[in-house]
Design a protein around this ligand. Sequence first.
Ligand code: SAM
Length: 212
Amino acid sequence: MRLRNVPGARDVIADSPLVVHDPEKAKGSWNKIFNNNHPLRIEIGMGKGKFLHEMAEKNPDINYIGIEKYSSVLLRALQKMDETPVPNLMFIRMDAENVDQVFSREEVDRIYLNFSDPWPKDRHAKRRLTSREFLKRYDRFLKKDGVVEFKTDNRDLFDFALEELSFAGFEVLQFTYDLHHDSEMVEGNIMTEYEERFSSMGNPICKYIVKR
Ligand code: SAM
């Protein structure tokens, strides 16, 4: 998702107390930022933050961090927080390539990847957030038995993601090629913005839950 450049977005983000500006300095002490010892869950490539905002509202005893590369997109998530504030949600504007420099060993118990960019060319496979390279980064800060949840409507990307797991030592707990018709996996499902868009077009949604 890349919205047209929104003038002033960078200034709003720079001034926002909801955005952690030097996230590397918080490594190992995110509990101090949230002022509690609740579990920490993150969404990488959050987009406008619909999914994570709803998760945070429903689960006040879990801390959430949304990571998004583009200011114009993150701005929308901040606007949603103006309308409906939730105390257990914060944001980082960064490229996830450096995500392992922001969290320390065993600091995160769950990672959400929703409708990640497919990077369809083979030579760009390393950039996919479900590639073995990214999984190895996640392994550096996920708790033992911590999980990664991935949703997409892109079947090729999903099959690639399943194949990558063994190269990084992740184990499949559950997966489906049609989430919305899988009575077990769909329970409690919160739709992301892209999920709403693609499922309304009739596209089946694939999902895996894997653990390290
Ligand atoms: N997760 C949302 C959803 O399901 O509605 C948004 C999906 S959108 C297709 C992918 C988002 O991931 C975009 O907002 C994009 O800017 C962000 N993104 C892609 N690569 C990223 C990266 N390396 N680091 C941080 N954000 C990234």
